[in-house]
Write a protein that binds this ligand. Structure first.
Ligand code: NDP
Length: 255
C-alpha cells in the first residue's frame, strides 16, 4: 500500500494518477490518501499503517524531513521531503519535487533563470537551479536566499535579461492574478524564451501573458507527473522508462 499524506488532501491528483499507472503496468500495488492533521505524527503513522511508501504534501514536508529515520539525496539540501520509502524497519526520506521540475523542462535550453516567489517551492527549485535569481513581492522571505544569489522585490528589480521565468507563487491558483506587476513581467517576457508555472489544472494569467509574447510555456502538470514518476521509481525500487511512464500519466491527467 502507498498513499499521500497532507492537509487538505481531497484535491490531490496523486491517487488518481498513480493508481492508473499501477493498473496499466499490471503492478500489484495501490495508492490511497490520508488526511493527516498533526505533521509531527507522520513517521509514527507511516509505521502504524505498515505502508511501503508515501508522498507528502502541504503542510507536512518539513516534518517528514525532520522525522524520517534517514534523509537521502537532494532532500538533505532542500530541507523538505515529499517521498517516504520503507526500507526494512526504517523510513527513508527523499525529495522528487525539484528533480521532477528539472526533468519537466529538460528540453529547454536556458542559461539565466529567474524564480518568482520565495516560498517552499522556490527554495526547492533554487537548489537545482543555483544560478537562478529570485523576485518576490515582499522582502521577508528573500532573507533565506540573500547569501546565495541575487534577490529583488518588485521595487528593486533592475535586471530583465533572463531566458527562463518560473512562477512559484500561488498567484493565479484560485484567481486571475499575476505573480508580479504587469510592467515588470512585460520587460521580462520581452527578453525571455520560456515561462514555466508550477500551478497545474488551469492556464494561469502568467502563462496566458507569456504566450502573448510568444514564449514557450509549460504548466505545473509536467512537474507533477515527473515528481510522481521519480517517486514511483523509489517506491518500486527500480528504474522506470520515464517517457513511456509520462505518456501513461498524461493520459489520465489533463490541464
Ligand atoms: P508558499 O506559501 O511557501 O509561498 C508562497 C509564495 O507566493 C511567497 O513567495 C508569496 O510572496 C507569494 N505570493 C502569494 N500570493 C501572491 C500574490 N498574489 N502575488 C505575488 N506573490 C504572491 O507556497 P509553496 O511554495 O508551497 O507553493 C506555491 C505554489 O506551488 C502553489 O500554487 C502550489 O500549488 C504549487 N506547487 C506545485 C507543485 C507541482 O508538482 N506542480 C509542487 C509543489 C507546489 P510573499 O512572500 O510576499 O508572501
Amino acid at each position: 500500500m502507498l498513499l499521500i499524506f497532507g492537509n487538505p488532501i481531497d484535491h490531490s491528483k496523486s491517487p488518481l494518477m498513480h493508481n492508473y499507472f499501477l493498473k496499466k503496468m499490471g503492478i500489484n500495488e495501490c495508492y490511497g490518501r490520508f488526511l493527516l492533521q498533526d505533521g509531527s505524527k507522520i513517521i509514527e503513522k507511516f509505521k502504524e499503517l505498515k505502508i511501503n511508501g508515501a508522498n507528502v504534501t502541504i503542510p507536512h514536508k518539513e516534518w517528514a524531513y525532520k522525522l524520517a529515520d534517514e534523509v537521502r539525496g537532494i532532500a538533505t539540501k532542500i530541507g523538505a521531503v515529499n517521498t517516504l520509502v520503507r526500507e526494512g524497519e526504517k523510513v527513508i526520506g527523499y525529495n522528487t519535487d525539484a528533480p521532477g521540475f528539472l526533468e519537466a523542462i529538460k528540453e529547454f535550453e536556458y542559461k539565466k533563470p529567474l524564480i518568482i516567489g520565495a516560498g517552499g517551492t522556490a527554495k526547492a527549485l533554487s537548489v537545482v537551479l543555483p544560478n537562478a535569481h529570485i523576485l518576490n513581492r515582499s522582502p521577508k522571505r528573500l532573507e533565506f536566499f540573500k547569501s546565495k544569489t541575487k534577490v529583488f522585490t518588485w521595487d528593486s528589480i533592475n535586471e530583465f535579461n533572463y531566458d527562463l521565468i518560473i512562477n512559484t507563487t500561488s498567484a493565479g491558483l484560485n484567481d486571475e492574478n499575476l505573480p508580479a506587476p504587469e510592467d515588470i513581467l512585460e520587460k521580462l517576457f520581452k527578453n525571455a524564451k520560456y515561462a514555466v508555472d508550477v500551478i497545474y489544472g488551469k492556464e494561469t494569467a502568467f502563462l496566458k501573458m507569456a504566450k502573448k509574447f510568444n514564449l514557450k510555456t509549460k504548466s505545473g502538470l509536467d512537474m507533477l507527473v515527473y515528481q510522481g514518476i521519480l517517486a514511483m521509481e523509489l517506491f518500486l525500487k527500480k528504474k522506470i522508462d520515464k517517457e513511456k511512464a509520462a505518456k501513461i500519466y498524461f493520459e489520465i491527467l489533463k490541464d
